[in-house]
Design a protein around this ligand. Structure first.
Ligand code: FMN
Length: 389
């Protein structure tokens, strides 16, 4: 029997990422077979106040596919109302963010700050559980702990489960690590060992390929793996993991044709679903993703960011691929080239992760991604980025 409170098959999730896991990207990952996607973290306060930018990010997956909504806050009433709003749009689960290390989030005693207040965190979980129907599980995503001296993830996870959480995701870094160092498989294993076996534990941090996926499962005993940066511009990873989980041969990295097809699908979804003044920014972001690792991709990225219309940016990428395909020896066209890691694990060094949030409008004080963008702009690598777990 599946350990999950809802079906997550294969056992791999797309990590919530502010200004990254929007509906177009979630859709692309779903089409490549990810087990579940979750919205980026949404401020309960902003949702309940009807902030348009935030409510605009509360989106159901297409085609009736299951999805999760992640919310953050520390006041019970807004958290309850936000959870109800998630259920109203058909969320299959409501995840509570207790891992965000961003200064502006922890300054409000939200996100990873809750790991220092397990009793408050428990009350929040109880309140949200009480607000949603029993068939909608409430889950918690948190970090290894606040700091090296406060690595309380196993006890914290158990306290959340006692309060009613039905799945735990743990990113194996502390709040003070930000993105520096490595995600600790040992703490994920310790959480798995501590939490009752009927509650699934999802491991998270630094998985960028099939080998990493298998290694995390093996080393920690976790029930599923959540992948964030490793999926950016690399949604094929989910198809590869799906195949391997089904006992099939790993189809390998994408060919040039597959990259181009996926790029077209992704920008097509942006144009179809987004619209409005942010479209150009969103298209530019996707344009940079799908050529990565290929000769000339840096020059392309610069050209794309200089483009003044979405159409011009798209045409540059099309041209780039047409040239690559024409110049590739026939036997190389279908070759499956290994993708270079997309996201620099050290935000603040111009990684796509930073770009994607750093160029986000700072928006109202309630705008989650805007907040992350503010933080990224201030450039305190490894600590301030809008990483939320
Ligand atoms: C740009 C960016 C935005 C993020 N936003 C969120 C978020 O909204 N909620 C959350 O729980 N974690 C967020 N995270 C953290 C990821 O979900 C994940 O825990 C972290 O990136 C480690 O996993 P990875 O190594 O697979 O990327 C974000 C990370 C990045 C890079």
């Amino acid at each position: 029997m599946s350990p999950f409170p809802i079906a997550i098959d294969p056992p791999v999730l797309l990590a919530p990422m502010a200004a990254v896991t929007d509906l177009p990207f979630r859709t692309v990952c779903e089409e490549f077979g990810v087990g579940l996607t979750i919205t980026e973290f949404l401020s309960a306060h902003a949702l309940t106040k009807g902030d348009r930018k935030t409510t605009g990010k509360l989106t159901a997956s297409l085609g009736g596919r299951p999805f999760g909504v992640q919310i953050f806050g520390r006041e019970e009433e807004p958290m309850q109302r936000a959870a109800e709003m998630a259920v109203e749009i058909g969320a299959s689960l409501v995840d509570i963010n207790m891992g965000c290390p961003a200064k502006r989030v922890v300054a409000g005693d939200c996100g990873s700050a809750l790991m220092r207040e397990p009793k408050v965190a428990q009350s929040l979980v109880r309140a949200v559980v009480a607000a949603v129907p029993a068939h909608v599980p409430v889950t918690v995503k948190h970090r290894a702990g606040w700091s090296q001296d406060e690595r309380n993830a196993p006890e914290f996870a158990c306290a959340m489960v006692d309060a009613g959480a039905r799945m735990i995701t743990v990113h194996g870094r502390t709040r003070s690590q930000g993105f520096s160092g490595a995600s600790d498989l040992g703490i994920i294993a310790a959480v798995r060992a501590a939490v009752p076996s009927e509650i699934p534990v999802v491991g998270n941090g630094d998985v960028v390929d099939v080998e990493g996926y298998l290694a995390m499962r093996r080393a920690t005993g976790c029930d599923a793996v959540m992948i964030g940066r490793g999926a950016m511009g690399n949604p094929w990873l989910f198809a590869r993991i799906r195949a391997v989980c089904a006992g099939q041969v790993d189809p390998g990295p994408p060919t040039l044709e597959e990259r181009l097809t996926t790029f077209r699908r992704h920008v097509g979804l942006i144009l179809q679903l987004k619209g409005g003044p942010r479209t150009l920014h969103e298209v530019r972001k996707a344009c940079g993703w799908y050529a990565r690792g290929l000769y000339g991709c840096n020059a392309l990225r610069i050209e794309v960011w200089a483009a003044t219309t979405a159409q011009a940016a798209i045409e540059q990428v099309e041209r780039f691929f047409v040239e690559r395909l024409a110049n590739a020896p026939r036997q190389r066209r279908g070759a499956r080239d290994v993708l270079a890691p997309l996201a620099d694990p050290e935000p603040g060094t111009g990684s796509p992760a930073e770009e994607s949030i750093g160029l986000e409008d700072s928006g109202s004080g309630e705008d989650d991604a805007g907040r992350a963008g503010d933080l990224a702009k201030r450039g305190n690598p490894g600590h301030d980025i809008g990483d939320a777990a």
